[in-house]
Design a protein around this ligand. Structure first.
Ligand code: ADP
Ligand code: GLC
Length: 508
């Protein structure tokens, strides 16, 4: 697994060179989402950026994901893998036929492997509320492992993501343990969000195909009639990672662990937190492909021009002193949307402030934002739905970005905001705590507004503080400059995954 080598200068003597081996890994990376092909949230961004980072440094990373209908509709240049056609997969009484298609990821040379199983994936969305939802992802995980076998691909690391692929580690230790190909394979489960655990009925146990090893399923839960996918990943992965150090600590507590905290605590140092990175090829105000005007830390004139253009496009009545708040989010409990009704109407009514919000999700939150738009014409614009383009515009044109999350494993938008000089207003939890620090006017240090308590009073304080600072241009400029100087690139964060892999499988 060593690449030819990298030439480095030794000591200070420019003429003396040594060849240092660069370790590279074979990684079987299995995920339910991949940007921009199939994205509902940050899992997609991270799957794409991390796999590209690995590929870029010379790892042989093979990404497996479902061939969803929405991917089939994108007319990508894909080819069937010759020896991976017309395959059978048995999950208990269910027999599926599938094949593997392959092709480069958009804008990259990294090859993706798509599990084409129409019976499971030719459906409207990425996720479904269908009875066989769990089976769709059991099939993905099994298909990835069996394709690796047929390709003779011996991964050093099986990297699973979230509940969808969380049975990979247990299967590696049981159903596939006979295969020498996997003798040295170690498994990683990355928890992107413990709020979704993939619980299904115990009557489906035989679909796991564990045979004599079925006793390894969590027996108390089985007796209670359920099987929890994420739990089995937590129990059997050689390493469990999650997407920020603070969230790694939080999920070990009953408040954030959502029932899995005792199991996570029992993993000791086999649970690590690695903050996500940002793909600055996608999210950089100096070259953002969705924006007609660019800007940077050294020249912010473009940001002001974008704000004016955006306000005009959306019909917002904003003056030079209006603070524009942005929100881009799945509208679910996790994101703290329930705090907004007690805070925003009063502030919008009293202060020179406007809001542009993008997102969809739970009905009551959509209705609240739609009603807010009606109550504050020209001051609030709500776009219900999903739009990459609008998401980039909101990041670029807003002055501040709202992320009052109840919990946040990592969060990406606050890090995008930092790079765009859009001051994040966040609650101190999970990755928000690890990526944004409270601005101190006395010291001129800090990158955003951070509040502690999950309540309306704390959020109100945070938004009012932002307005105060916005009214003091020297502070606001300092805050923007601090924010824009932050670096969460994958070059840094990806290296931490390499450390984790190395710890698991050794340097060679
Ligand atoms: P989560 O994964 O919990 O939704 P993250 O902050 O990690 O939260 O990632 C969310 C990602 O999804 C970001 O890239 C964000 O821009 C994007 N996103 C969320 N909602 C929308 C939307 N309505 N339109 C476009 N992009 C969205
Ligand atoms: C999840 C989390 C989010 C995280 C993303 C990518 O969806 O909710 O906080 O950034 O996964 O890891």
């Amino acid at each position: 697994m060593s690449l030819p080598g990298r030439i480095v200068a030794q000591g200070g003597r420019a003429r003396a060179f040594a060849i240092l081996p660069l370790v590279s890994y074979r990684v079987l990376f299995v995920t339910a989402e991949y940007a921009p092909l199939a994205k509902t949230g940050g899992l997609a961004d991270v799957s794409t950026a991390l796999s590209r980072f690995l590929h870029g440094r010379g790892d042989d990373v093979r990404v497996f994901l479902p061939f969803y209908r929405r991917i089939a509709e994108q007319s990508l240049a894909l080819a069937p893998v010759e020896f991976l056609q017309n395959l059978e997969l048995r999950l208990g009484p269910h027999l599926y036929r599938y094949r593997i298609l392959t092709g480069a990821a958009p804008g990259s040379e990294l090859k993706l492997y798509f599990v084409d199983c129409p019976a499971l994936f030719d459906r409207p969305g990425v996720y479904s509320a269908d009875d066989d939802e769990h089976r769709r992802f059991l099939a993905l995980t099994r298909a990835a492992l069996e394709s690796a076998q047929r390709m003779g691909f011996a991964p050093h690391v099986l990297h699973c993501n979230d509940w969808h692929t969380a049975f990979g580690p247990l299967w590696l230790k049981t159903s596939y343990a006979w295969d020498r190909l996997f003798a040295a394979t170690r498994s990683v489960l990355t928890i992107h969000n413990i709020g979704y655990q993939g619980v299904f009925g115990a009557e489906h146990a035989d679909e796991l195909g564990l045979g004599d090893a079925a006793w390894l399923l969590h027996q108390d839960q089985l007796k209670a009639g359920r099987i929890n996918s994420m739990l089995h990943g937590v129990l059997y992965a050689d390493l469990v990672s999650t997407v920020s150090p603070t969230y790694a600590r939080e999920i070990c507590t009953p408040e954030y662990g959502l029932g899995l905290d005792p199991f996570l605590r029992s993993r000791g140092d086999r649970l690590v937190g690695i903050l996500n990175g940002v793909d600055y090829d996608e999210w950089d105000p100096a070259r953002d492909r969705y924006l007609p005007i660019h800007f940077s830390r050294d020249d912010l004139t473009g940001k002001a021009a974008l704000k004016r253009a955006f306000a005009e496009r959306l019909g917002l009545r904003t003056g030079p002193g209006t603070m524009l708040l942005g929100l881009v989010s799945r509208l679910v409990t996790q994101k703290g949307i329930e705090l907004l009704p007690a805070v925003l109407p009063a502030i919008l009514g009293r202060r020179d402030c406007a809001l542009v919000a993008l997102g969809s999700g739970e009905r009551q939150y959509e209705e609240f934002l739609a009603a807010l738009e009606r109550s504050f014409p020209g001051r609030v614009v709500y776009h219900r739905g999903y739009s990459e383009e609008l998401a980039h515009w909101i990041e670029a044109a807003s002055d501040a970005f709202l992320m009052p999350s109840l919990y946040e494993p990592c969060g990406l938008n606050q890090m995008y905001s930092l790079r765009y000089g859009t001051v994040p207003i966040v609650r101190r939890t999970g990755g928000l705590a690890d990526s944004v620090s409270l601005y101190s006017p006395a010291h001129g240090a800090g990158t955003g507004i951070v509040f502690e308590n999950y309540d309306a009073a704390a959020l109100r304080w945070a938004v009012e503080s932002a307005l105060e600072l916005y009214g003091q241009p020297q502070h606001w400029r300092q805050l923007m400059a601090n924010a824009m100087a932050e670096d969460f690139s994958w070059q840094r964060q990806g290296a931490l995954y390499i450390d984790a892999y190395r710890r698991l499988v050794g340097p060679d």
